[in-house]
Design a protein around this ligand. Structure first.
Ligand code: ZN
Ligand code: ZN
Length: 372
């Protein structure tokens, strides 16, 4: 007997939860849940591509014929059934619903399944009731397994390597546009083994850094102004997401130093607070308290962090008053910021994984302004 692959182990864990909840099956559609459970990943499309996970027994893929070998290569699931473009996929769904005896049962459908596919399921199982697949998948996905942690670590290393590249360029970046630096970041992420970007990079120079969701524009980087650099890539499907605020070419003002030190201390305080059993709200407070005490509370305009997994933003959210208790294996960002309108912004972000004792940072590059 060979060891089960991570997707098979996850599927078996999901089936255990289906049985515990009295659900009869989960039906997945191209989504993070599908990737998680099957190993196959695809964008949602117009063709019927579904995976049926019964509470008992083996899962079944129903895929367009042109996907046959692609799906078989990617997944551990043996039972892959195909339909051809001149066939009737709704009828194949009805066949599977009958075979798995789902009519009259309770069926979880993928949260992001397009309505026309759920409609086919409803037509095939008029007496079934329906719920959302996240009921079983969210509690599993929130605690990362070893394969997921390995991918997240590698993605974090690629992002860290690009931060080092940017620091090395130093004053060479003065006069470059934010757009050019964003392009450089994308190139360097790929050079360090990353697969594309996990989200559009932020290069927020000077006043643009005061807008937390600014991406990049045509502003040229000035010597001595802080630049908010927030970016990530993917490795084996898992993203990185980190932020450094750097200064190039000249010393920054005392005010920039003061705010940067404050954000650095707030970030450290929040990381220090992370441990199993601590609530997400307590971690948010650990970041927010020093910023409020320094008089910048109103300029820290977002939550302290978000979970990171197959989705760049997922549970747990590190937000004020959340009573979500942290558990080993959870991965999330810790990213306090201070945004001074028309002046500049500072944000520092690392991903952390909750361990049995506390937490471990996945991003390890220095957090200083790094003037050179
Ligand atoms: Zn970020
Ligand atoms: Zn983030």
């Amino acid at each position: 007997m060979t060891d089960a692959t991570p997707p098979e182990r996850r599927t078996r864990a999901a089936q255990e939860r289906l049985r515990a909840h009295g659900d009869d099956a989960a039906v997945l559609f191209p989504s993070h849940n599908l990737t998680y459970a099957t190993g196959f990943s695809e964008e949602p499309g117009e063709r019927h591509l579904l995976a049926f996970l019964p509470a008992d027994g083996d899962p079944v893929f129903l895929v367009p014929e042109l996907y046959d070998s692609q799906v078989r290569r990617a997944t551990w699931i043996d039972d892959v059934r195909t339909w051809s473009d001149d066939g009737d996929p709704a009828a194949r769904i009805a066949d599977l619903v009958a075979e798995l005896d789902l009519d009259g049962g309770h069926v979880l459908v993928d949260d992001t399944m397009h309505a026309r596919f759920t409609q086919d399921l409803r037509t095939a199982a008029p007496d079934a009731t329906f719920g959302l697949a996240s009921e079983v998948f969210a509690p599993l996905r929130v605690r990362k397994d070893d394969a997921e942690l390995a991918a997240l670590r590698r993605a974090a290393e690629a992002a860290d390597a690009v931060v080092r590249d940017l620091r090395e360029r130093g004053s060479e970046l003065v006069g470059e546009t934010e757009r050019a630096v964003a392009g450089l970041i994308e190139d360097r992420l790929a050079a360090h083994g990353g697969d594309g970007v996990s989200f559009g990079p932020t290069v927020g120079a000077g006043p643009n850094g005061a807008m937390p969701h600014h991406t990049y524009g045509d502003r040229e980087i000035q010597a001595g102004e802080p630049v908010v650099l927030d970016f990530g890539t993917r490795i084996d499907g898992y993203p990185s997401d980190q932020t450094r605020t750097l200064v190039f070419g000249d010393e920054p003002s005392d005010r920039v130093r003061e705010v940067h030190d404050l954000v650095c201390r707030a970030q450290q305080a929040a990381v220090d607070a992370v441990a199993p059993g601590v609530t997400a709200g307590e971690v948010d407070a650990a970041a927010r308290d020093p910023i409020e005490a320094a008089g910048y509370g109103d300029q820290f305009v977002h939550r302290t962090g978000h979970g990171v997994g197959l989705a760049v933003h997922e549970e747990p959210y590190i937000v004020a008053d959340s009573d979500c208790e942290l558990e080993p294996g959870m991965v999330f960002s810790v990213e306090p910021g201070v945004y001074l309108d028309d002046e500049f912004g500072v944000r520092i972000e690392d991903l952390v994984v909750v361990t049995e004792e506390g937490c471990e940072r996945l991003n390890e590059t220095v957090r200083g302004l790094g003037v050179n």
